[in-house]
Design a binder for this molecule. Structure first.
Ligand code: B12
Ligand code: SF4
Length: 547
């Protein structure tokens, strides 16, 4: 859907902006900026409802060759344990019972990891914790695991990716597989109620069939993982993996295909024959996932901790095409409910947070805005419209923390001078006409869009629709997609500026220039002074202000 792809428009990139290193200096995320009660009808990133996401760290010290997190946040910085704890305590005071940490690796520093849980225990907070992005399995130890479980950890993911030491080196993950195994086994045996998820990948360039089977055997040796994932390797643009795949002779066509698929799609792998991939996935599914002994063991624990609607949504997202509900899963595995140690799931009433939005508004009071405040509409387009879903996309509804962070920051800096609104596709507007109506009603001076690479075609389609409906508001694109691929993104003449990496400081600076220019874009000369952005000098909306 990129317009004028072959024109190769010249792109101007300003110097990289320095990453924010003092994370304690950022304001707490203003939770009143989104409607949490609306989000809580769905499961979020942690696969549960009624949870609230917290970010304790930014960036990852590791450099796995398939991952592009380092492009947004090159360095790994952490908030102080006290700062994280105070935010968690504040959320607990609102009635929140489930906290999910969205950090790439929450346990990079074992001392902080343990210190946090000690504080939770000391203050007797009754919370459950989830680590959906995965803890680093070989950095855990028994003391850390015991502490996190005692403090309320319930959903723990760990990432294996491959059970082969050679592949660990090739992909630069360098997991200590023995230590990883020891910890995973400790959790499964001592704490079977912990909903352990394990991520593994299939089809790395140069991976041999023997190595793929090693990964499968590694998973099979753990009794039992609640949510094992064996996903097909995907290549993000401009990653080390992309270069490596090309060097190994993998065609651009296959690489491109992998980019457009969700991890869960049964995609042809980069490396193996379709027959081999199918055989591996079938063994994984039959021998492990649908293994009756496993399901009879893990399901009662899951039913004890989650309500039926959560498990329905969770299993629907785990098997996007085949299974809509827990009962469908039981049918598929030929299990009768009566065979389970527990027949009923947790009662949802106990999970609901009463009057959450009202309580949030009391803690985060809304500031009245000036009539001439700069209107900024933030749209998170990481989620297809119902009518647009064209893959086995998992429907997870997570408030866009990146946009919440930016608007919390702008509000602190500009107070009544800035009027921001955050909306998410599918949740706040579920179709193109509704999107255009919402934009026209809000009359923004800027539209700021956040998007992941997976949704790139969708975002270009949406922006094209916006322009076709006569909206000429400047559009800024931020998040992993433009950060990783801005040269390609800017071939689309419909959008104006890519904001690279963290957005708080860059947008605050750009907005200050706009406020001094009657809420209009500043001139090209000024834009060129703002670190962390890219744009095309041929862009007519940018040119028109410089004339
Ligand atoms: C929470 C999360 C999700 C949530 C949704 C998040 C949302 N609301 O959009 C859910 C669970 C739905 C999700 C889904 C997926 N995710 Co995800 N997810 C994350 C996670 C863990 C945290 C995101 C976050 O809140 N970060 C914290 C905030 C503060 O950072 P941020 O979002 O990057 O925002 C900052 C900057 O990017 C920038 N910025 C962002 N937007 C904008 C906009 C403007 C205008 C400006 C100026 C700046 C700006 O400023 C922000 C503040 O500094 C990240 C990992 C990570 N480290 O970020 C992965 C991550 C974003 N996900 C990723 C992926 C691949 C996926 C999936 C595609 C995986 C899959 N299953 O196939 C799926 C989507 C498809 C699907 N539904 O199946 C990748 C994206 C890589 C890429 N190049 O796109 C990441 C980076 C993980 C990784 N290690 O690879 N994800
Ligand atoms: S995959 Fe995870 S551990 Fe590896 S670099 Fe990315 S965030 Fe870090």
């Amino acid at each position: 859907m990129l317009k004028n792809l072959d024109q190769k428009r010249p792109i101007f990139t300003t110097p990289q902006r320095k990453q924010i290193n003092d994370l304690d200096s950022l304001p707490y995320y203003d939770r009143s900026l989104v409607d949490y009660e609306k989000y809580h009808k769905y499961i979020g990133h942690a696969g549960v409802k009624y949870s609230v996401a917290v970010q304790a760290t930014r960036g990852c010290p590791y450099r796995c060759f398939y991952c592009d997190v380092y492009k947004t946040t090159l360095h790994h910085f952490r908030r102080s344990v006290d700062n994280i704890f105070e935010e968690v305590k504040l959320l607990a005071s609102l009635g929140v019972k489930r906290i999910e940490f969205i950090d790439d690796i929450f346990n990079v520093k074992a001392k902080d990891f343990k210190e946090f849980f000690r504080l939770v225990l000391k203050h007797k907070l009754k919370l459950n914790f989830f680590f959906p992005s995965a803890l680093k399995g070989d950095l855990l130890d028994k003391e850390g695991v015991d502490l996190m479980v005692e403090a309320g950890a319930l959903g723990v993911n760990i990432s294996l990716e491959s059970g082969s030491d050679r592949m660990q080196t090739v992909m630069r993950k360098y997991l200590n597989l023995d230590k990883f195994y020891e910890n995973a086994r400790y959790i499964t045996e001592k704490y079977p109620h912990i909903v352990l998820g394990l991520n593994a990948m299939h089809g790395f360039p140069t991976e041999t069939e023997k190595e793929a089977m090693m990964t499968l055997d590694f998973i099979k040796s753990l009794k039992w993982i609640h949510f094992p994932y064996l996903l097909t390797v995907r290549v993000f643009p401009n990653t080390v993996l992309e270069k490596f795949a090309r060097e190994q002779g993998i065609s651009d066509e296959i690489i491109k295909k992998s980019q457009d698929l969700s991890y869960e799609d049964v995609a042809p792998s980069l490396t193996f024959s379709q027959d081999f991939t199918k055989a591996v996935k079938t063994i994984f599914l039959k021998d492990y996932v649908l293994n009756k002994e496993r399901l009879l063991s893990v399901l009662p624990y899951q039913m004890e901790s989650f309500c039926e609607d959560e498990l329905n949504q969770k299993y629907n997202s785990y098997f996007p095409t085949k299974v809509k509900t827990l009962d469908d899963l039981l049918k598929l595995a030929r299990i009768k409910r009566s065979e389970l140690k527990k027949q009923k799931c947790l009662n949802e009433e106990g999970l609901r947070i009463l009057n959450l939005n009202t309580k949030i508004k009391q803690k985060f009071p809304v500031v009245k805005k000036n009539n001439d405040a700069l209107n900024i509409l933030f749209m998170n387009l990481s989620g297809y419209f119902t009518e647009d879903t064209d893959s086995q996309e998992r429907v997870l509804m997570e408030p866009p923390l990146g946009l919440i962070s930016i608007l919390s920051y702008l509000n602190r800096e500009y107070k009544e001078k800035i009027n921001g609104k955050i909306v998410k596709s599918r949740l706040d507007f579920d179709g193109y006409p509704e999107m255009v109506k919402m934009i026209k009603d809000f009359e923004p001076d800027i539209i700021g869009i956040s998007v992941m690479t997976f949704y790139k075609d969708f975002v270009h389609r949406a922006i094209n629709y916006i322009r076709e409906h006569g909206i000429e508001t400047p559009i800024f694109l931020g998040g992993p997609y433009p950060t990783g691929d801005y040269k390609q993104v800017l071939q689309d003449q419909n959008l104006d500026i890519c904001m690279l990496g963290e957005g708080e400081l860059t947008l605050t600076e750009l907005v200050s220039y706009m406020m001094n220019n009657g809420n209009k874009l500043p001139s090209i000369d000024i834009l060129k002074k703002i670190p962390g952005i890219a744009f095309s000098e041929n862009n007519f909306r940018i040119q028109s202000v410089s004339r």
